[in-house]
Design a protein around this ligand. Structure first.
Ligand SMILES: Cc1cc2nc3c(=O)[nH]c(=O)nc-3n(C[C@H](O)[C@H](O)[C@H](O)COP(=O)(O)O)c2cc1C
Length: 659
C-alpha cells in the first residue's frame, strides 16, 4: 500500500539482470578490500593529488569529485579539454593501480567515479567512458546547491523517484562495473527508508547515506542524523556507508559503532585534516595542548609536514592539479595557523601554481609560503601563550549525537595548538547567545533526551531494565555537552542592540528571577538548570536500573555521575547516602568483589569533599554575584543587593532573590 508522497516499492519495475557479469553487494564490497574509511566526493577537492595523500593516511576508498554527465558528454569545440579536466586519461594516472611518485609507490584504487545527471542516456555514455578506470560509478542524489537546483540534479531529484530508478537501473543493467548511490535523508524516517529500498531495488550495489536533509546546508548544516543512517543500514541488504559529522578521529569510530554501517565517509573533516583516518595517531589529542617536548607520533598532524607532503605529490604527478583545488587545500590545511598569522593569508592568496611546469617548479610559490609559515610556527612552539586556549575554542562544534563517551573531551578537545591539523567549525548565521552550542540544537537535544527518558521510564515500569538502560544511555548521549569554557561578556548581552536592551529592562522581576537562576550555575558557567536536572535524573534512573539487575559496578558509576560529579552540597550528601546504602548491601554479601574497591574508595573520597564544599559554595556564589554585578545584573537594572546568601538546613548555602 502506498502512503501519500511515498510511492509503493512494487510500483517500480523489477531490478533486472545486468548485461555484464559483475560482482554485487557484499561480494563487490569485499573485492575492493572491505573499505571502512572513505573520503567523500568533493567538487574541486577530491582530485587525484588529494586522493593520494588521503590514502597514504589511512583512507581505504576515495571518490572523485562529482562530474556533470551532461557537460562531460557534450561534443563541441574544447569538449575534450573539459573531459580531461574532469577526469584525466592522457597521463594514465587517474584510476591507476600503481603510481610511482618520487621514491613512493602509490595507487589511485579503489576509486569510485561520481556523476550527477537527470538523463539516463547521457549518464550511461559518461559512465561507460570511465568504467575501465574505476571500481564503480556513483550517482549523486545529494547536491543541494543552487547549481543543482537550476540543472535539476543531485538532491533536486529527490521528488522524482521514477527518474531516479531509471537512472540507477540503466547503469545497473548496462555498465560493466557496479553502480552506487549517495543520497540525503528526508525529514520522515518512513520516507527515507522507502526511498533507500527503492534505490536498492533499482540496482544500487552500495549506498552512502548523508544524514542531513536537502535543506541542511551552508549555515543551516547542523548535526547529521546518525539514527536515520542506522535505520537505513538495518533496512537494506547491500553495504551502507555513513556520512556526516566526522570531524575528529574518534567520530568515525563512534559512527561505525553506532550506525553499524560498513564504512564511514568524511568530507569537511578530511579537508581540514587529511590524516583523520590515520589509525596510528595517538588518541589523546588533548595532550597536544600541554607544553613540553615535541610529542612523538603526531607528525601526521603537523600542518607543515602535511602541507609539504601534499605539495610533493602535486609536484610529482604528471597530471596537473587545478590551481583552484591546490589553493583551496592549502588554505584549509593551514587555517589554524593563518588565524594567528593573518598577514600570511595574502601571501598564500597570491601564490600561483604553474600547471604546465613539472616537478618542483610547479609548486614553487606555495613552497615559499610554507617555508615562511614553518619559521613562524617553530617560533610559536616556544611561546607559552601558544598553549592557551582562546575563549571561543570549539564554540561552534556540534558534537554528533550518540557518541560513545559524550563527556570525554580528550578525544575531541576544545583546543589544539595552531600548528596541528584540526577541524573547523563553521559559525552559524546567528551565533548562539546563551550556551556554547546553538540554542536550537540545545533545545532539540533536550527534547530528544526527555522523550527517550520517558521511554526508559516506561520500560523500567514494565521491569524491562536492560531496555530501560539503553534508553537512558541514549538520552544522556543526546543532551547538550556540558559547557567547558566561560563565555565572554559579549555573550551576556552587553553588546546587544538598543532595541533588545529596552525590551529586557521591561522584563517583569519574576521572569528575571527565572532567567537568572536558570542561567547561572554554581561553577560560574552559563547553563540551563533544566538540562542539569535532566542529566541528574537520567543518571539516577540509570543507577536504579543497574541496581535492579544487580550490576553494582555500573550502579556506583551512574550514581557517581548523578551526584558527585555535579558537585554541590546536595548532590554530594545524597551520593554519600547512596554509598552508605551500598555498604549495607555489601555487609549482607550482595556487592560483588570486583565492585567493592570502587565503593570503598568512594566512601573515603566523599566525606572530606563534603566538608570542604560548604565553604567553597559560599565563596563561589559570592564570585558569581560579582560576575553578575558586572554584567547580567546591570543589564536588567539590578544590583548584588537583590541577592541574599542563606544557610540551608543541615549544611550548604542557597542564593535567594529579593525584590
Ligand atoms: C568542498 C566540498 C565539495 C563537495 N562536493 C561533493 C560532490 O562532488 N559530490 C557529493 O556527492 N557531495 C559533495 N559534497 C558533500 C560531501 O560529500 C558530504 O556529503 C557532506 O559534506 C557531508 O559530509 P561531512 O559532514 O563529512 O562534510 C561536497 C562537500 C564539500 C565540503
Amino acid at each position: 500500500m502506498s502512503r501519500p508522497n511515498i510511492p509503493a516499492l512494487d510500483s517500480f519495475p523489477e531490478t533486472g539482470t545486468p548485461e555484464h557479469a559483475k560482482l554485487g553487494g557484499y561480494d563487490f564490497y569485499r573485492s575492493i578490500g572491505s573499505p571502512q574509511r572513505i573520503v567523500a566526493p568533493m567538487v574541486d577537492q577530491s582530485e587525484l593529488a588529494w586522493r593520494v595523500l588521503s590514502r597514504r593516511y589511512g583512507s581505504d576508498l576515495v571518490y572523485t569529485p562529482m562530474i556533470n554527465a551532461k557537460v562531460y558528454v557534450q561534443k563541441n569545440k574544447g569538449s575534450s579539454r573539459v573531459r580531461e579536466g574532469y577526469f584525466n586519461k592522457a597521463f594514465a594516472e587517474e584510476g591507476a593501480q600503481e603510481l610511482v611518485l618520487g621514491t613512493k609507490k602509490d595507487t589511485d584504487r579503489p576509486l569510485i567515479v561520481q556523476f550527477c545527471a537527470n538523463n539516463p542516456d547521457m549518464l550511461l555514455e559518461a559512465a561507460q567512458s570511465v568504467q575501465d578506470k574505476c571500481d564503480a560509478v556513483d550517482l549523486n542524489l545529494g547536491c543541494p546547491q543552487q547549481i543543482a537546483k537550476r540543472g535539476n540534479f543531485g538532491a533536486f531529484l529527490m521528488d522524482d523517484w521514477h527518474l531516479i530508478f531509471t537512472l540507477i537501473n540503466t547503469l545497473h543493467r548496462k555498465l560493466s562495473v557496479p553502480v552506487t548511490v549517495k543520497f540525503r535523508v528526508f525529514d520522515s524516517l518512513e520516507k527515507t527508508l522507502a526511498y533507500a529500498k527503492m534505490i536498492e531495488r533499482a540496482g544500487a550495489q552500495l549506498v552512502t547515506v548523508h544524514g542531513r536533509t536537502r535543506d541542511m546546508k551552508g549555515h543551516n548544516t547542523h548535526v547529521a542524523n546518525w539514527e536515520a543512517i542506522r535505520a537505513v543500514k538495518e533496512a537494506l541488504r547491500i553495504p551502507v556507508f555513513a556520512n556526516g559529522n566526522i570531524l575528529y578521529p574518534q567520530d568515525w569510530r563512534d559512527a561505525l559503532a553506532f550506525t553499524k554501517c560498513d564504512g564511514v565517509m568524511s568530507a569537511e573533516g578530511n579537508l581540514y585534516n587529511p590524516t583523520l583516518f590515520h589509525t596510528e595517531i595517538v588518541q589523546d589529542l588533548a595532550s597536544l595542548a600541554h607544553r613540553g617536548e615535541e610529542k612523538p607520533g603526531f607528525d601526521a598532524l603537523h600542518i607543515v609536514h602535511v602541507a609539504n607532503e601534499y605539495l610533493d605529490i602535486v609536484a610529482n604527478l604528471k597530471t596537473p592539479t587545478a590551481g583552484s583545488a591546490l589553493k583551496g587545500h592549502m588554505f584549509k590545511i593551514t587555517r589554524p595557523a593563518l588565524a594567528i598569522h593573518a598577514d600570511l593569508r595574502s601571501v598564500l592568496g597570491k601564490a600561483h601554481s604553474n600547471e604546465i611546469a613539472h616537478g618542483e617548479d610547479r609548486v614553487q610559490e606555495y613552497r615559499a609560503f610554507v617555508v615562511e609559515l614553518t619559521r613562524r610556527l617553530e617560533e610559536d612552539k616556544l611561546k607559552a601563550e601558544s598553549y592557551i586556549a582562546p575563549a571561543d575554542a570549539s564554540r561552534y562544534y556540534m558534537k554528533p549525537l550518540h557518541v560513545l563517551d559524550p563527556h570525554d573531551t580528550s578525544k575531541r578537545p576544545a583546543f589544539i595548538p595552531h600548528w596541528y591539523l584540526q577541524p573547523y567549525f563553521r559559525p552559524p548565521l546567528n551565533p548562539p547567545k546563551v550556551t556554547d552550542i546553538g540554542l536550537e540544537d540545545s533545545e532539540m537535544r533536550t527534547h530528544h533526551g526527555r522523550t527517550l527518558k520517558a521511554q526508559g521510564n516506561d520500560e523500567f515500569a514494565k521491569a524491562n531494565y536492560a531496555k530501560a538502560i539503553s534508553f537512558f544511555l541514549d538520552a544522556i548521549a543526546q543532551l547538550p555537552p556540558r559547557p567547558e569554557t566561560n563565555l565572554e561578556e559579549k555573550e551576556l548581552g552587553a553588546d546587544d542592540t538598543a532595541d533588545e536592551h529596552s525590551t529586557a529592562t521591561h522584563t517583569p522581576p519574576e521572569v528575571m528571577e527565572t532567567i537568572l537562576t536558570e542561567a547561572v550555575s554554581l561553577d560560574g558557567h552559563l547553563i540551563t538548570s533544566e538540562i542539569v536536572e535532566l542529566r541528574v535524573k537520567l543518571f539516577a534512573n540509570l543507577a536504579a536500573s543497574h541496581l535492579k539487575l544487580e550490576h553494582y559496578e555500573e550502579t556506583i558509576k551512574a550514581a557517581t555521575e548523578a551526584k558527585e560529579r555535579l558537585g554541590g552540597w546536595n548532590h554530594l550528601s545524597s551520593a554519600l547516602e547512596d554509598y552508605k546504602r551500598l555498604e549495607k548491601l555489601d555487609k549482607e554479601g550482595r556487592v560483588p568483589k570486583a565492585s567493592r574497591a570502587e565503593l570503598y574508595a568512594a566512601l573515603r573520597r566523599v566525606p572530606p569533599l563534603l566538608e570542604n564544599v560548604s565553604e567553597k559554595e559560599k565563596k563561589e556564589m559570592m564570585g558569581n554575584l560579582k560576575t553578575l554585578g558586572n554584567s547580567f545584573l546591570g543589564y536588567f537594572g539590578l544590583s548584588t543587593d537583590n541577592f541574599q546568601m542563606q544557610e540551608q538546613e543541615g549544611g550548604g548555602y542557597s542564593l535567594n532573590f529579593v525584590r
